[in-house]
Design a protein around this ligand. Sequence first.
Ligand SMILES: Cc1ncc(COP(=O)(O)O)c(C=O)c1O
Length: 466
Amino acid sequence: MTTEPALTAVPALNRARQLEMYRRATRVMPGGTDSNFRAWGEDTIYVDRGQGGLVWDADGNGFVDLRMGYGPVILGHADPRVDDYVNERMRKGVSFSLTSEDEVRAIELICELTGWVDQARMTVSGTEATMHAMRVARAYTGRNKIVKFEGQYHGVHDYALISVGPDDMSELGDADNPVRLTWGRGIPEQVAETIIPARYNNIEFLRRLFEREGDDIAAIIVEPVLGNAQGIMPEPGFHQAMRALTEEFGILLIFDEVKTGFRFAKGGAAEYFGITPDLGTYAKAMGNGYPAAAFGGRAEVMSVLPDKVSHGGTYAGNRVAAAAAVKTLEIIRDTDALETVRATGLRIQDGLREVLNPTGLPYHFTGHPSMFGIMFTDTVATEYRDWANTDHELYDAIAIAMQPRGAMPEPDSREPWFVCEAHAQGDIVDRVVTAFQGALGEALAARAQGRPSSDGHGAMSHPTAG
Ligand SMILES: Cc1ncc(COP(=O)(O)O)c(C=O)c1O
C-alpha cells in the first residue's frame, strides 16, 4: 500500500516558441537537432541559456538542470572562472594545427590528477577518445578484438555501438552467449565482429571468454560504473578481479572515464575504486562543457604513438578546449569543488528519501552522489539486463512531471542525475526535492486512476549521452 504525496496545482510550460523552432529546425536538421539523443519530437527542448545549476529554454521556462549536458558541466553553466580564462586565451587565436602550451599544461594536469596516466593526447570528443584508445590497444597488443559490456556507452563510432541500450533485453540474446547487437544501421558486420559483448559484474563470464578467445583479445573497455544504466555500481572486488584477469591474459584494461573522470574523485573512478588501468579516456568534466577530451595511459602502451599508430585531428587540443581543460582541472585540483558536488548529491538524496520513504515504494539510489539514479525496485541491479525489471515507467513519469515544476532530469531512467558545484547554491536542493515530490504525487495519482502517467518524449529512442 503506498501513500501518495499531496497534489498541488502546477503551471503549464509555455512551449510556443520551441514548437515553432522545432518546425523550423526539422526542415534543415534531421529530428530538429544535432544529436539523436536530443530529438524528443514536439517535446524537443531548445535552450536559451544556463547559469550555475540552472537552465532556461527558448520560451523562458527556467529549470534546475539535472542533466548538465549529460555530465560535462561539473562546476556550473557559464562559470566565470573558466569562461574568463578561456576568453583571455582565445584572443591569441584558437586553431593553428600547432601545439600550444595550453595543451601541454592540460595533459600535465591529467597526468598529475590521475597519478597513473604517463602520457595522453587531446581529442575533441569522448567518441574520438574511446576510438583512439581502442586502436592503441590493438596496435600495442597486435590483437583485434575488444570486449565491451552490455549496456555501456562509449560514443558513436562503429566499434562502440554494439549492445548498448535496447529496451527489450531479449534482443541481447542468451545471457551466456550474448549477441552483438548493433545500434542502428550502417555498421559493417566485419567491424561488429571485432567487438565481444560481455556482462558487467560477471567475472566468471569474463574468465570463460578469456580462456576461449583471450589470444585474440586486445582490450576490455569498461565504464567503471554503468553510466548508461543509472550508474549501476561494480560489486565489491569486481574491478580488482577484472584487473587481475586482464593481467593474467595479457589483455589491456581501458577505463572509459568520460563520465566518471574528474567527477568521482580528482583521479576519477580509477582512484575511487583503487584500480590502475592501462589506458583511460576522458572528456565531459575535464572541460566544464567545452569540447575537451583526451585518451592516455601507461607510457609503454602510449609509445605506439606517434610512429606506429595514426592519431590526429585539426581541432585536437585547440586553444578553447585546452584552456578550458587547464582552468577546470586546476579548479578541481585546488578547491573542494568535487567534495561540494558529492555533498550536494547526498543532500538531494536525503530530501528524496524523505519524500519516498513514507510512500512504501521499493527504491534505491544507484551510482555515486555526483551522478546517481533512482531505481524503483527492491533488488539491487548488477548489470544492464536488470534495468528491465525496475519500475522505470514510474521514473519516466516522475521525470517528465518534474519539468513544469521547475527541475529537469533526463526523462529516461537510464540516464543519471548529474550534480554540479553550483547546485549547492541557494535553495536549489529544496527546489529539486519539492519538484520531485509533486511529480511523484502526480505519477502515482495517474497510476491509481489507470491513466497513462505520461506519453514520454516522442522521437527519443534512448537518450544516452550526447
Ligand atoms: C562513458 C562514455 N564514453 C564515451 C562517450 C562519448 O562522448 P562524446 O559524447 O563526447 O562523444 C560518452 C558520452 O556520453 C560516455 O558517457
